[in-house]
Design a binder for this molecule. Structure first.
Ligand SMILES: NC(=O)c1ccc[n+]([C@@H]2O[C@H](COP(=O)([O-])OP(=O)(O)OC[C@H]3O[C@@H](n4cnc5c(N)ncnc54)[C@H](OP(=O)(O)O)[C@@H]3O)[C@@H](O)[C@H]2O)c1
Length: 321
């Protein structure tokens, strides 16, 4: 698989990264570790996590997997959003949630939608950058992070001289290799508009239904994009299932059978990789077959650039509001 350099380092990693936001919850430890192993065995070397993922448990799961292979992986984690604090009540609630979500996919979906309400948001002070990093390193069982990101920050959060100084100090202390932002497309665009140091890594959602602002980051930072499947896959499939004429016409024009779910997901992933040629594309999956397939697509894209560009144009024309 193609590799990209982590800014300011000589470390390279895979262009396809595995996201761990859905790793914990609704599955056993053995199943979660198997997903990580499938990603690694398929050639994926970049793993994205955050303090808050898996109600605070995703980092330790990733740490368990990374033990003994740390130098072969790159790990990004984030600060600013905390999971529920470790009181006895919070721990009991977490245990109940874990048992409940294993039994009920509907409960799991509900909690994923509403989990933002159970966390503390937006603390981006120098002290928080240091204390959260110490917790992440301990949970991950590692001495350093390859990438450290401000999780869902605003442009103002990024533009604090004392915070940026602390992050630079953490690089000098070899606790992190580089840092940047992981926030919405609109805040990312605002960060890159202002006369302030650019983040060296900018992580943001980018799918075929997003506006074009993402292009502004190219060439200024390592762009790490995510969400190529999340809302677009079902939107495109539903559109083509409803409009048979369009499905026939797209299949003819693209020379790809767009009535096949596998072809649509393949086109979406390959287009995400094509439109972020110097960056990393993250995905998440709880299905080992999808993980292997995504890695194969990233290693040997079966589509021509012109096919992908035409697919992207058609999706935008048909579905963007
Ligand atoms: N602020 C931030 O920095 C931020 C925000 C959001 C996300 N992220 C990161 O980005 C990662 C990915 O985000 P996401 O999970 O929202 O978006 P995503 O990867 O676009 O969507 C995940 C969905 O795609 C499906 N999928 C994956 N591969 C597939 C394939 N080949 N065919 C069909 N379906 C497929 C998965 O279903 P299956 O399980 O059935 O495969 C899953 O339901 C997260 O885990 C997280 O690490 C970061």
């Amino acid at each position: 698989m193609r590799r990209v350099l982590i800014p300011g380092t000589e470390t390279s990693t895979s262009v396809l990264g595995f996201g761990t936001s859905a790793l914990v919850g609704g599955r056993t430890t053995r199943e979660a570790l198997r997903l990580l192993e499938t990603a690694f065995d398929s050639g994926i070397r970049h793993f994205d996590v955050a303090r808050v993922y898996g109600t605070g448990d995703a980092e330790s799961m990733l740490g368990r997997f990374a033990a003994g292979r740390r130098s072969e992986l790159t790990i990004a984690s984030k600060f600013g959003i905390d999971p529920m604090t470790g009181t006895a009540m919070a721990n009991l609630a977490k245990r109940l949630v874990r048992i409940g979500t294993r039994r009920s996919p509907a409960l799991l979906r509900f909690l994923r939608r509403h989990s933002g309400k159970a966390v503390q948001r937006g603390t981006f002070t120098p002290e928080k950058a240091r204390s959260s990093l110490e917790t992440s390193l301990r949970e991950l069982g590692t001495a350093y992070l390859d990438i450290y990101l401000l999780h869902e920050c605003t442009a103002q959060d990024w533009q604090q001289a004392d915070l940026l100084q602390t992050l630079a100090d953490l690089v000098s202390e070899e606790r992190i290799c580089c840092y940047g932002t992981a926030t919405s497309l609109s805040e990312t665009a605002a960060i890159f508009e202002r006369p302030y140091p650019y983040p060296r890594v900018a992580q943001f959602e980018s799918d075929l239904l997003s506006p074009d602002e993402s292009a502004d980051v190219q060439g200024k930072a390592l762009a790490v994009t995510h969400g190529c499947f999340r809302r677009t896959l079902s939107a495109v499939r539903q559109f083509l299932a409803r409009d048979q004429l369009a499905a026939t016409e797209w299949t003819r024009a693209l020379d790809v059978d767009v009535t096949s779910a596998e072809e649509i997901s393949g086109l979406l992933l390959c287009e995400a990789l094509r439109s972020n040629p110097d960056g990393i594309v993250l995905f998440s999956s709880a299905n080992p077959r999808n993980i292997e397939r995504n890695a194969r697509l990233a290693s040997e894209p079966p589509y021509e650039s012109a096919q992908l560009a035409e697919f992207a144009r058609r999706v935008r024309d048909a579905l963007r509001r």
